[in-house]
Design a protein around this ligand. Structure first.
Ligand code: ZN
Length: 420
């Protein structure tokens, strides 16, 4: 048995409404899992003292595009469909070249290491080999979650348009290769309805049917032009979500992550609610590409599983702190224009960690006995003032989220292993 002792100031969600604080406490971790807090030191194999820094659970990014990290922060003056054609697709085509992919994914992982993310669900590209390279690199770096080899067989540039049969063959091969990894699993990843034919969707639905443990991830109701496009491609469908539902991609058997959901119809919200879909709310991306402002508090009131995501590179920052602050701002804008309830800080923080716990196979996202010891240590010393003395940990965390989102983390533990 390996015991680790961590001393510091801990703050973590107990529920959607409540953050718990433990100051100057000792946290005992055994074999990668939390055991308990103690008010005094106990014998251990490894010991860390983070003095006055703030320690939080690792955060989850439930939707991002690893290959797009190369142009994060660029071309944010375009709308979704223009941005895809002019920038995203030409970049993604480069991942056929393994040398390029290796270089680019190393840069992505070193940026991820500086961020508070410990679990993620990400898109790679259509290329099986470089998608598997990304999955292996994330696994080696200690991250847990999902990586998807993307499927696209229509309405895409020639170098990203797959032959349907070949695409399914390489998806099955990607799934088999990924099964050998420790912490990263594959996710079935139709890019979105416009880029997948009915034959592709049908074949992917059969893979899901045969593998109930597989997660499926895609995009839904991101932008008004995209929704119109889906309507013209599928005049027979009641709405956009129902196209995914027809192919069992809305969580009937397999866990499902749908990114964005800025413009859902009531019937679509019913589907997301009834099928237990995880919505990946991507406020930074929705704002950058002028896609919309998702009705998050309405979804939460219905009991829909809302989680947070950077959607890099529609989102310009890989930091989930930046996403939390945008989620709060977006909810205030909806409050001003549509009288929707605005999110509170504890609630937005909860959406970035504990909320996505059921999506991942291991228990993580807060500090509870026997849960995975995923922790992030942050320092707010750059904004310290004498007034800091009177602030609660929750107030210090809130100020950090708004003021220091891009600062590198001080340390990061995944399953009790110090990765940074
Ligand atoms: Zn996306």
């Amino acid at each position: 048995m390996k015991r680790i002792l961590i001393k510091g100031n801990f703050i973590y969600p107990l529920s959607k409404e409540r953050l718990e604080e433990k100051r100057n406490a000792f946290l005992i971790i055994e074999n990668g899992r939390f055991v308990s807090f103690s008010d005094h030191a106990v014998p251990s194999d490894e010991e860390y003292d983070f003095s006055d820094n703030i320690i939080i659970p690792g955060l989850s990014d439930t939707h991002l595009h690893a290959p797009q990290y190369q142009f994060a922060g660029l071309y944010m003056d375009k709308s979704l469909l223009e941005w895809l054609n002019e920038h995203t697709f030409p970049e993604e085509a480069k991942y056929k070249d393994m040398k390029y992919a290796e270089k680019a994914y190393s840069i992505f992982i070193s940026a991820l290491n500086k961020s508070p993310t410990t679990r993620l669900s990400c898109f790679a590209t259509i290329h099986e080999d470089s998608s598997f390279l990304l999955a292996s690199m994330l696994d080696d770096a200690g991250y847990s979650g999902y990586v998807g080899k993307v499927n696209m067989d229509r309405n895409s540039p020639p170098d990203l348009t797959e032959d349907t049969e070949e695409s399914i063959k390489s998806t099955l091969s990607f799934i088999r290769r990924t099964e050998k990894l420790k912490n990263i699993s594959s996710a079935v990843t139709p890019r979105f309805v416009p880029s997948c034919t009915d034959s592709m969707m049908k074949a992917l639905s059969e893979i899901l049917l045969d593998n109930p443990g597989l997660v499926v991830q895609s995009h839904l109701c991101e932008n008004k032009d995209e929704i119109e496009w889906v309507r013209s491609l599928h005049p027979e469908a009641e709405n956009y979500a129902s196209v995914y539902d027809r192919y069992g991609m809305l969580g009937r058997r397999n866990k499902s992550i749908m990114a964005h959901v800025c413009w859902p119809e009531d019937a679509e919200l019913d589907l997301l609610e009834n099928r237990n879909v995880f919505v990946a709310h991507s406020p930074s991306s929705n704002e950058n590409l002028s896609s919309g402002i998702a009705p998050v508090s309405r979804m939460l009131e219905r009991g829909i599983n809302v989680t947070l995501s950077s959607d890099v590179a529609g989102g310009s920052s890989i930091s989930m702190f930046s996403v939390i602050s945008r989620a709060l701002s977006h909810s205030r804008i909806r409050n001003a224009f549509f009288s929707d309830r605005a999110l509170t800080f504890p609630e937005a923080f909860y959406l970035s960690c504990l909320s996505s716990s059921p999506l991942f196979s291991s228990q993580s996202g807060s500090i509870f006995p026997s849960w995975d010891a995923d922790l992030v240590v942050i320092s707010d010393s750059s904004i310290k003032s004498t007034l800091n003395e009177g602030l609660s940990l929750s107030e210090r965390l809130e100020r950090y989220v708004y003021s220091c989102a891009e600062l590198p983390v001080v340390a990061k533990f995944i399953k009790g292993r110090k990765v940074v």
